[in-house]
Design a protein around this ligand. Structure first.
Ligand code: SF4
Ligand code: MG
Length: 323
C-alpha cells in the first residue's frame, strides 16, 4: 500500500471491515426472476468478503440490462457506451493501476458491437475481471436475436427462428493469444457462482467469466431443461480449480476432473452443450499482464502528470531578464 499521503496513513491504521450495505447502491430495476439479481448478490458478497474498499473499486459497463450493474454498486462506476465497456475499463486501469476494475457486459454488448474490443482485451490481458451476462437475447430493447441466441430462436427480428448457429463465447475467448482465465457459471447455482466469481477476482490478469443468465421476460424457457435436470450441469473440479462442497456434490453428481492449465481440454469442454460445463476451464497465472509488459514506469501517476503539466507550463513562462 502506498502510505505517502496522510489519508492513506489514516486508512491503514484501522483494519477496515465492510458489510453488504457498504456495496448496495440503488434498488435494482431488473425484472423479477432476472438472473442479473443473482449475479449482483454474488458480486456484492465477494466485495464484502474480500474487503474491497468502495472508493478503490470501479464497475464499468456498456449498454443493456446487465449494464445497469454500476448503478447498483456503492462504488465508483461508469455506465458507458454500447460495446465499449472494455476499452473504458482498460483506460481506467492504465491510468489508475491500483484500482480494482470489474466489467459487466451482455451478450449483445460484448459479442456483437463490442466483439473487436473483446478479442483485443483478451490479448492485452490487463488485470480486469470481466463478467459476460449471457441471456442469449437483447433484453433492454425487447427481444432481438443476439450472437449467442441458439439457432431457431424466435425473436422480434427472427420471427421464423434465427438462422445462424450461435457464437460460443468460451471457444472464442480460448482461441485468443494471451488468454489467461476463462470460466463458466450459471446464475441458478449460487454456491458455484460465488466460487467462480471469487476465483476470477483473485486471478492476476484478465478473467473472463461467462455467466448463463435467465431472462424470464423474453426467453423464459431458455435454460429450463438444464435447470430441471442436475445431470445436465457438469461441474469441473480440480485441486487447482473449484472444489464443490459435499452438499452440492450430492445434487450435482455429474462431475469431471479438469486441470485448468490444460488448454486443449478446455477448448474441447467449451463445446459441450448437452451438459453445461460449470467451473474454471482455463487459468494460467504465468501470462504477463499488459501493465507489466509495458513497464510500470510508463504508467501515469499523479506525480508524472504534475511533472508533465509543469514542464508544459514552463514553456510559456516569461523569465525576468538577467542583466
Ligand atoms: Fe432481466 Fe430480461 Fe428483464 Fe432485462 S428483460 S431485466 S435481462 S429479465
Ligand atoms: Mg443479452
Amino acid at each position: 500500500m502506498d502510505l505517502s499521503s496522510p489519508t492513506e496513513c489514516l486508512l491503514s491504521m484501522c483494519e477496515q471491515q465492510f458489510a453488504l450495505e457498504d456495496y448496495q447502491g440503488g434498488v435494482p430495476r431488473w425484472c423479477t426472476g432476472c438472473g442479473d439479481n443473482a449475479i449482483l448478490a454474488a458480486v456484492q458478497r465477494l466485495c464484502r468478503d474480500e474487503a474491497l474498499r468502495p472508493e478503490r473499486t470501479v464497475f464499468v459497463s456498456g449498454i443493456g440490462c446487465s449494464s445497469r450493474f454500476p448503478h447498483y454498486m456503492k462504488t465508483y462506476g461508469f455506465h458507458g457506451i454500447h460495446g465499449r465497456a472494455l476499452p473504458v475499463a482498460e483506460g481506467v486501469k492504465m491510468s489508475r493501476p491500483e484500482l480494482t476494475v470489474f466489467v459487466n457486459t451482455g451478450d449483445g454488448d460484448c459479442c456483437s458491437i463490442g466483439a473487436a474490443h473483446w478479442i483485443h482485451a483478451i490479448r492485452y490481458n490487463m488485470d480486469l475481471t470481466v463478467f459476460l451476462h449471457d441471456n442469449q437475447v437483447y433484453g433492454l430493447t425487447k427481444k432481438q436475436a443476439s450472437p449467442t441466441s441458439p439457432q431457431g430462436t424466435r425473436t422480434n427480428t427472427t420471427p421464423g427462428g434465427s438462422y445462424l448457429a450461435a457464437l460460443n463465447p468460451l471457444s472464442v475467448t480460448l482461441g485468443v493469444q494471451n488468454v489467461s482465465f476463462v470460466a463458466q457459471a450459471v446464475d441458478w447455482i449460487p454456491e458455484l457462482l460465488y466460487d467462480i466469481v471469487k476465483a476470477a477476482y483473485r486471478h492476476k490478469g484478465l478473467s473472463f467469466v461467462r455467466i448463463l443468465q435467465r431472462c424470464p421476460e423474453w426467453l423464459p424457457d431458455a435454460w429450463e431443461p438444464w435447470m430441471q435436470d442436475p445431470n445436465r450441469v457438469q461441474v469441473l473440479h480440480h485441486a487447482d480449480g473449484l472444489q464443490p462442497s459435499a452438499a452440492l456434490s450430492k445434487i450435482y453428481r455429474n462431475q469431471r476432473e479438469h486441470d485448468p492449465l490444460d488448454l486443449d481440454a478446455a477448448r474441447e469442454i467449451a463445446g459441450h452443450v448437452d451438459a453445461i460445463p460449470v467451473g474454471i476451464l482455463y487459468r494460467d497465472p504465468s501470462v504477463p499482464c499488459y501493465e507489466q509488459t509495458r513497464g510500470g514506469e510508463r504508467i501515469v501517476t499523479p506525480e508524472r502528470t504534475r511533472a508533465g503539466l509543469n514542464a508544459e507550463l514552463d514553456k510559456y513562462t516569461v523569465w525576468p531578464e538577467v542583466k
